[in-house]
Design a binder for this molecule. Sequence first.
Ligand code: ADP
Length: 729
Amino acid sequence: MKIDSLPLPISLRTKYSALGITELYPPQAECVDAGLFERKNLLVAIPTASGKTLVAEMAMQKEISDGGKCLYIVPLKALAAEKYEDFSGKEVKVGIATGDPDQRDEYLGRYDIIVATSEKTDSLLRNRSEWLKRVSLLVVDEIHLIGDPSRGATLEMVIAKLRYQNPSMQIIGLSATMGNPEELAKWLNAQLITSEWRPVDLREGVYHNGAIHFHGTERIVPTPKKDDDLNLLLDTVEEGGQCLVFVSSRRSAEAYAKRAAAVLKKKSADLDGYAERIAKADTTPSGKVLANAVKNGAAFHHAGLPRPAREAVEEGFRKGDIQVIASTPTLAAGLNLPARRVIIRDYQRYEAGVGMSPIPVMEYRQMAGRAGRPRLDPYGEAVLIAKDRGAVDRLFEEFIDAPAENISSQCQKENELRNHLLALIATGFASTRSEVEGFMEKSFYASQKATHRRLDRNIGKALEYLVQSGMITEEADGSMWGTQFGVLASRLYLDPETASMLREMLEKQETFSTFGMLHLLCMTPDMFRFYLKASDERLVDQVFSERGDELWCEELSEEFFAAVKTALVAEAWCEEVPEEIICENFGVGAGDIHAVVENLRWLMHAAGRIAHEFAPRFDADVRDLEIRIENGVKAELLPLISLRGIGRIRARRLFNRGITTPEELLAADTRDVVAILGNVLAKNVLEQAAKKTGKTMEIAELPEEKNETVPATASEEAKPQKTLFDFGE
Ligand code: ADP
């Protein structure tokens, strides 16, 4: 089917043709035949890289030319940015939804396509963004994540709410191959498009003892080195291809990159350039390992890396300079970085309470699907490594020939149900018990397996919890509404349990404790916690015995100790301990510190709102701590940090010169101020200080900047980026 025969704007067809896209791939043509342009709902469950995004884009462009508005939901923030780039520059207005969870972001209504994560969309729905009612085409990327234990329920409820609100909306679900696509299609009232077609031939095989065994054939792999995973790399590089290696942990990814660099030994000015960018962006030990490996053509990639370092790796790989990336499996889903050979080295994973168990087949397929760069590679190869001869057949059975798993609704879980029922009631989607039940009867959960009785029983339990914790009230006539507390919790996007914990603890305390507050936040179900390693135990025990009286929570559980470690990292950040030292002391990466900071910023903000309602005596303490977390500063820098343009580094420099407040800034020798801030910023900051303190000051003449001024570098002064819903890993 020719692109030119499709009902698309001419400018778009010209763009496609310039990209070499003139004819639809077979599964894309099937989508058109199934009613893509007639506003039919579709579930497109086809392999990675077979052109799903293009299907969605064509539908969106057509919808916009008919006056519609499109919402494109993605699972990761990093993917939102990627899709934003993809859709931009094609004569439609594209927006990306980020920002604080309790905002409506009405400005997004101006765009034709809005790209957002499912969590952000949920929070927009909770805050009743008006423009959402005008969405006429919903695209859900990676819709199989409805079955994801941690995030599936939100995705399911977002789809259900949008459908309820906009009954005539077209829905296009894009999915990896799964076991039961028919069930999902039925729920979506969608035509199902499945296909095994791929743009590049994919060969899947198992390596053992010098050869890759494929179905029916073999490929001999030279073995100059003793390690299989390195020989497989060298073999591909030798014939001009690149490799992706999936391993189970960040540490393994780093170790592999180091070993690969030692055998590849590539050298080029481009590689040096990437290494330099990385070294600048990430000064931690892990950043150094990466920069050194990249110099020799090898890299790793995981969510612990700061974004500029990740970007350098991606660019270096896309341009063909970096030969191999070792990556953790969670990145397989989003990362659009195909390579000729994908080596799935670690196909077992440790699961708490279960031990080592094989990764899901769906996940294997997503990794394998990264093999083969369209138009660049003659074929793609996905290779599993067998430990012994007997494992070869087993790996074929377990992964290559195995059917993908079925996905199932996650709304049966108690905590998910509470959370989402609160949102339904607080946002006015349902205002009686029977409306709640009616809404849930249309869920994927109900359509899949729940009997009425079981569904109603679970709903009953969740509603009881919400009534008891003071979040909703129910009248004798069955009508329900969210209390002030319930509405606040829902708008702040908090798990009801988090909101209750914060309220209860803040109400109970007589005095404020910074460490107690941080630890409390780290105990909530909305905070991610570091795992405790054996080496952490002594440190955590010590803190527990020496600083027990600062802690507010008392339950001694595994979470409690993990929360102590996480709170210690946050505290170190607020005490201005340099990032490299934090990384070393706690065995974490720079990206982890940022993840803690981002997560805590949101929770501190929420805690501030709850304190304001229920424990206003802590208003100032909570606000100060929020600013300290945001900026990574000790309390003594708070007066200076309040000035725009002054971050942690500059504030510290001023402070160390004895300038500790805006007043002292005005009184100081301006030469000192200029020496630290530079001329332009000094003027601006002095003006702010004058305004703040109500003083007037003549600051027209500032002394010349001296050469020895060391300006804070951009990355030093950069505040942690606000990426509240980034579930990188
Ligand atoms: P998916 O979303 O299924 O992973 P994409 O839509 O990202 O796949 O497509 C993968 C690549 O194939 C992109 O670079 C895209 O431009 C290209 N592509 C998609 N459809 C076609 C087509 N019909 N002809 C040529 N290239 C295409």
